[in-house]
Design a protein around this ligand. Structure first.
Ligand SMILES: *[C@@H]1O[C@H](CO)[C@@H](O)[C@H](O)[C@H]1NC(C)=O
Ligand SMILES: *[C@@H]1O[C@H](CO)[C@@H](O)[C@H](O)[C@H]1NC(C)=O
Ligand SMILES: *[C@@H]1O[C@H](CO)[C@@H](O)[C@H](O)[C@H]1NC(C)=O
Ligand SMILES: *[C@@H]1O[C@H](CO)[C@@H](O)[C@H](O)[C@H]1NC(C)=O
Ligand SMILES: *[C@@H]1O[C@H](CO)[C@@H](O)[C@H](O)[C@H]1NC(C)=O
Length: 456
């Protein structure tokens, strides 16, 4: 793609610009009476020094440098514009969600705004398209989509819940596509492959706010996300589950994020009797759903490849302490760059969260670490690079990541990293190492966030 070649070009250009000149200058060139003579025939085979070629070369490299600079400037311009665009798109998505939750209040104002902003986006994308000389096919699609959305919004003469749903889905798709486009161009580059950082620095505003696939705000207990260690062919698989109580009866799978928001599931698993779950702190890892089975309390998993259920008692874990926002949250599953984990409380820990590493093959637990996070005061917890992070309620719209425990060094830290919420309560919050995002099920709504890390 053009951007890649531009980047390559810029990498090469310092060499093109400086090497030839240095070589010639450091050669043994002597000047006698205006004639140039090259003594060092090893480096330059011509017996007469090619002055005109040097000049030409120097001019050429200057031109190249200029050209590269121009392209690099364009690129920087492009990136910052796209960042702004993405930010505004997120705002729009947020506002559409607001409109849905209380239509009377926001509807008039926001349609006018939507129209204006879409026009601005259209202009911006058109401008960017010219800038980049139409070299990105993604741009053409983007342009068409924004144009299409403008048409949709313009057609909305009256408020209609169905139309709003169309817009919401279109916005969400557009947003994800734009993010994908930026990511492909390496403009947002989460280096997912390692843990070369000293912990979480900040969390973005929510980048997704969507009502659940049942379109039912009453389904307050649930979770969503994507496989944190996908098998081949299921890289973009998303999952979802929800119900009006903490009980868990079923899981829905979607082949992609788009399918999730279009509510078009490719398969659905009901938990058989005796395997029903509770607590909602489930995740999907390695094409396997890990969840807490009820009566008796145990770790349970459904292997989606083989459709085999299995379970394991975790005798140390007790049923005395749950997180702030929901009952029955005794086992909290989490997966990060280092593997699979489960968090719970024990008799000895007296309400403080204990972390255990799960061995995926044997489904047994390995080590155990006792933190100082008192579970009843914790909103939820998740693992990143072997470090547990715990949240606590701030105000109605803010959760705070306030505590971390490093299983490698046994160090704990206190911090104050805000996490913006759409609704006060949430029951499932976890990190996904494949895209370095946090996924939250926020009282009936899907939410997700980008995580920024402190660089070493
Ligand atoms: C340049 O030529 C002079 C005289 O022939 C010689 O002494 C010197 O070592 C040469 N320098 C290089 C860099 O080849
Ligand atoms: C755009 O690209 C075409 C061919 O790829 C080239 O001929 C043209 O000069 C370019 N225009 C600009 C403004 O860079
Ligand atoms: C835009 O709308 C046209 C006409 O409704 C449709 O054919 C086209 O597929 C849409 N394009 C995109 C990218 O959604
Ligand atoms: C980690 O980051 C530092 C500073 O950015 C860098 O020097 C080092 O090579 C990185 N290590 C790895 C393993 O990527
Ligand atoms: C799931 O089942 C497949 C096929 O039997 C097997 O290869 C895989 O290891 C299983 N995964 C887990 C986590 O048990």
């Amino acid at each position: 793609m053009a951007l890649t070649s531009l980047l390559l070009f810029s990498l090469l250009s310092p060499a093109l610009a400086w090497l030839p000149v240095e070589d010639w200058e450091s050669g043994n060139v002597t000047t006698s009476g205006g004639a140039l003579e090259c003594v060092c025939s090893v480096f330059l085979p011509d017996s007469t020094f090619p002055a005109d070629r040097v000049q030409h070369m120097q001019q050429f490299t200057t031109d190249l440098r200029l050209e590269v600079e121009i392209h690099m400037n364009k690129l920087v311009h492009y990136q910052s514009k796209m960042d702004i665009f993405l930010g505004e798109l997120k705002d729009l998505t947020f506002r559409v969600a607001l409109m849905e939750s209380s239509p009377d209040k926001y509807i008039k104002l926001d349609f006018e705004l939507l129209r204006t902003e879409l026009r601005e986006f259209e202009a911006l994308v058109s401008q960017l398209k010219d800038h980049m000389n139409s070299s990105l096919p993604a741009f053409d699609n983007l342009y068409t989509e924004i144009h299409n959305m403008t048409l949709i919004v313009n057609q909305l003469e009256t408020f209609d819940k169905n139309n709003l749903e169309v817009i919401r889905i279109e916005f969400a798709k557009l947003q994800r596509k734009l993010e994908q486009c930026l990511k492909e161009q390496d403009l947002i580059n989460p280096d997912t492959s390692n843990c070369n950082h000293t912990g979480i620095l900040s969390v973005s505003k929510p980048t997704v706010i969507q009502i659940n696939a049942h379109l039912n705000p009453g389904y307050q207990y649930g979770g969503w996300g994507k496989d944190s260690k996908p098998v081949r062919g299921f890289e973009s698989m998303h999952w979802y589950s929800a119900y009006s109580t903490p009980s868990v009866y079923e899981f829905y799978l979607y082949s992609s994020y788009d399918k999730l928001i279009q509510r078009s599931t490719f398969t659905h698993h009901s938990l058989p009797q005796g395997y029903d779950g509770t607590g909602n702190n489930y995740i999907v890892h390695g094409n396997t759903i890990y969840y807490q089975a009820a009566n008796p309390l145990r770790m349970s998993k459904l292997n989606l490849t083989s459709s085999v259920f299995s379970h394991r008692r975790l005798t140390k874990a007790n049923e005395k302490f749950t997180y702030t926002y929901s009952s029955k949250q005794y086992l909290d599953f989490s997966a990060d760059e280092k593997g699979l984990w489960v968090m719970y409380t024990t008799e000895d820990s007296k309400g403080k969260i204990v972390i255990s590493k799960i061995d995926e093959k044997s489904f047994g637990t390995e080590n155990e670490w006792t933190t100082n996070a008192f579970k009843p005061l914790v909103g939820n917890a998740f693992m990143v690079c072997g470090v547990m992070y715990a949240t606590r309620p701030g105000d109605v719209k803010t959760e705070e990541i306030y505590y971390s425990y490093n299983t490698e060094t046994r160090e704990e830290k206190h911090m104050s990293i805000p996490l913006q919420k759409f609704q006060e309560k949430f029951v499932n919050l976890h990190y996904n190492p494949t895209d370095q995002r946090l996924y939250m099920y926020n009282n009936g709504y899907y939410m997700s966030y980008h995580v920024k890390f402190n660089k070493k």
